[in-house]
Every structure is written in C-alpha cells, then in structure tokens.
Design a protein around this ligand. Structure first.
Ligand code: ATP
Ligand code: MG
Length: 412
C-alpha cells in the first residue's frame, strides 16, 4: 500500500497515530490535576516500564493534558552524571513563563526569576581539566533579565535549594489559580543526591498542599532508586506500571489509524501481528509499518504479515536492539549472553517469560565459571547503561523486551 500514507510510527518518543490502552492513566492524571488545583492532597506520579512500552509518549501526552488545564509545565530528560540543577531550573523557567502572562503582579514573577537565576548559577560547572572547554550542556545560560537575588535557593545544598525553589514556583501558580507540573523522563538516571533532594522537595510540597507535582518516567527499577534515596518515597509517589498492550488495545493501535485511511485487517492478520509484537508498543508500530508497506491491498492478510515480518525484524535488530547492544563492552556482552541463555533454560521457549524473566545473578556467575563479586562491575555498568535492571535483590532482567531472544540470534 502507499508508503506515503503509512500511519505507523516506530521510534523513540514518536507520537503514535493512536494512543491505545492508556485510558486509565489519562483518567488518573485528570483527577490528580483537578484535585491539586483545588488544594487537595495528591501524590506525584511515577510511570515505570520496559524500553519501548510508551513511557515518553505518555509523559508527553500528560504534559499536553496539563497545558490544556492551563498549568505551567516543563520537561527534563535526565542523563547519568548530570546535575539536576540546571535542567530543573530551565524546566521551571519554562513553566513560569507559561503562567506569567496571566499573573497580575509582574514584580512577583520577577522576584521568582531572581531566585531561579541564583539557584541556576549556584552550580559551578566543573572547570574542564587542562583548560578544556566546558561541555555544551554546562554552558546553559538562564536567559533571565532580572538580577539574581540572594539568600534563597542558593545555599549550594541542593536539598534546601530545591525545596525553596519549588515552593516559590508553586506560590506563583497559586497566584494564578493553577499548578505547575515538572516532567522528568529517564528518571532512574538522576544522581543519588539529586533524587534525594527531589524526594525531600516533593515531601515538603505535599505537606504544604502546594500545587506543584513531579511526573517521572523510568525503567522498572525506578521505585528502588527512589526508596534507596528516601525510605518514605514508597508512600510519596503513586507508581503506575506502563505495560505492553492487551489484545484489544494492540488491535486498536493498528486498526484505528488504518481505518482513517480506509484500510482493514483480516482477523488472522491481527492474530499474527499480536503474536509477533507481544503487544509491546514499539513492536506494534514496527510490524504495522512493515506490513503496510508490503500489503498489496486492503484488507491486510496474515500472508502479508508473514512476508513483511523479516523486514520488521531486521529493522528492529538494527534500530531497537543493535544500537543498545553496541553500547556494551565485550565483558558486558558476555554477561548478557549468559543471562539470555539462562532465561531460556528457566522458562518455556515461545512464551513471554522465557525472554523477559529475571535471572539470579548467582546463576550467571555459575554459568560463566566466575565468582559473583568479579561480575559486579559488568552488572553495574549494564545497569548504568540502562540495558538491565535489578527489580528484586539478587536478580537481573533485561530492560529491553525480547532482548534475550535477539541475543540468542547474534553470533558470539
Ligand atoms: N499507547 C500506545 N499505542 C500505540 N503505540 C504506542 C503507544 N505508546 C507508545 N507507542 C509507540 O511505541 C514506541 C515507543 O514509545 P516511547 O518512546 O514512548 O517508549 P519508552 O517507554 O519511552 O521507551 P524508552 O524506555 O526506550 O525510552 C513509539 O514508536 C510509539 O509511537
Ligand atoms: Mg522513553
């Protein structure tokens, strides 16, 4: 069929033609926005899930929802080894700029911007060794015209400063009768000290009933990262597991966009597409896209899916799996291969659990004939690279769905 009209959108953060199966999450968020705007206590939200399940897309959708409710919003994508100070300052700057035109007292906005500037400037970028230029991300200029104030949010202690800055931002939102939502993607990558500060700030704001929430998204071990920082974090956040789509939602993700182009699927084609994708949104888009391009006409048949599948798989092997695999060192690859093999032994071939099950680290050490402690560096590096996570103590699992199966097809 006409590739130009192909509606599907496989890609990181690519807005899908149809956001299927997320009605519950959207409803919850609507209630949260309404409650906070009315000064009711609410917890910040944390979306967790594997790679490619649609966390970024959902986060962006929630942000649009907040904007529709006239909230001020800002968004950050956390990166390992990056301080939160400047990105969060930039996000709050954006949020308050959205509210400013509706504020009746411009001097209140200026006062906040003065505090914001002081907060942002408090971080001294690590002066490059041997006079090397600072990294691009450290060169962010707040672009705020008002002079930096002093004595608030500029102590240098990120926890104190963040609490003060976020409460001041919330006060601006209170003035205009709305709220502020700060969205943090890849939140598992926020450094330990910053996570701790962020939890403290959320804790403080919720006690004050201040209209500011943090909406985070991250890998499945995000709850563990947060509770390692502050033990009360389990009660502080509302966790929502973003999972693969059920059959009805997956069919809708494929059929609704096709219908708009007057294209239909045969039932058997949808059966086979679900079998291939396992309902993982990234895979739904990838198989949908390849199938569309190969199908000669509507309705799309199971035979069309069969013809197109190898192309979808080849594309996934490069773009979805390969790009991640390449980030691993030889020792890390060996570690992941052992994981992939063990997941197969423990599970049933063909099922979903054989591919995405958690594997005891002790078994990996045994399989590789090594002492568990000698494998810790590889394990920790893979966690830091976001390729595996440790949901339960003493086990690891892939963050990328179907990664085990991919690895088993790769030559050693
Ligand atoms: N609800 C949905 N219905 C249909 N397609 C979806 C849905 N959510 C996401 N997608 C598609 O899935 C793909 C992955 O989405 P997204 O990048 O948001 O995932 P992610 O969870 O953020 O992944 P990562 O952990 O790698 O950042 C995109 O191509 C997107 O269009
Ligand atoms: Mg993402």
């Amino acid at each position: 069929m006409d590739p130009v009209r192909n509606p599907y959108a496989p890609g990181a953060g690519q807005r899908p033609p149809e956001l299927a199966g997320r009605g519950r999450e959207l409803d919850v968020f609507d209630v949260v926005l309404e409650r906070i705007a009315r000064g009711r206590p609410e917890r910040s939200l944390m979306l967790t899930g594997l790679r490619g399940v649609g966390k970024t897309v959902l986060l962006n959708t929630l942000r649009s929802e907040a904007i529709n409710h006239l909230w001020g919003t800002g968004k950050i994508e956390a990166r390992p080894d990056q301080s939160l100070r400047r990105p969060i300052a930039a996000a709050l700057h954006m949020a308050v700029r959205e509210l400013a035109p509706r504020h009746r007292a411009p001097d209140r906005i200026d006062a906040f911007l003065g505090v914001l500037k002081a907060f942002a400037q408090r971080s001294t970028p690590p002066s490059g060794r041997g006079g090397a230029a600072p990294k691009l991300r450290d060169r962010w200029q707040p672009g705020i015209d008002v002079p930096a104030s002093s004595g608030r949010a500029d102590s240098g202690d990120i926890e104190i400063d963040l609490v003060e800055l976020l409460s001041d931002a919330a006060a601006v939102a209170t003035d205009v009768g709305t709220g502020i939502a700060v969205f943090i993607d890849e939140m598992q990558d926020v450094g330990a000290e910053d996570v701790s500060a962020l939890c403290a700030a959320c804790h403080e704001l919720s006690q004050l009933g201040a209209p500011l929430i943090v909406v985070g998204a991250g890998l499945p071990h995000l709850p563990a990262v947060l509770s390692a920082a502050k033990s009360y974090s389990e009660r502080l956040y509302r966790y929502q597991r973003i999972d693969r789509l059920d059959r009805i939602a997956a069919d809708q993700a494929l059929c609704a966009p096709a219908e708009r182009e007057e294209v239909e699927y045969e039932q058997k084609a949808l059966d086979l597409l679900y079998e291939k994708s396992g309902g993982y949104p990234y895979f739904v888009q990838a198989y949908g896209k390849a199938t569309w391009d190969h199908a000669p006409r509507s309705p799309i048949t199971a035979a069309d899916v069969r013809v197109a599948a190898p192309e979808a798989e080849a594309e996934l092997a490069v773009g979805f799996f390969g790009s991640r695999f390449e980030r691993a060192t030889p020792a890390e690859r060996e570690y992941m291969r052992a994981m992939a093999t063990l997941a197969l032994v423990d599970g049933e071939e063909g099922g979903r659990d054989d591919m995405d099950a958690a594997v005891p680290t002790a078994d990996i050490a045994r399989a590789l004939g090594r002492k568990p402690a000698s494998l810790s560096p590889a394990r920790d590096a893979l966690i830091k690279k976001g390729l595996i996570y440790s949901g339960e103590r003493g086990t690891v699992a892939f963050t990328v769905p179907h990664f085990g199966r991919y690895l088993r097809t790769q030559p050693a």
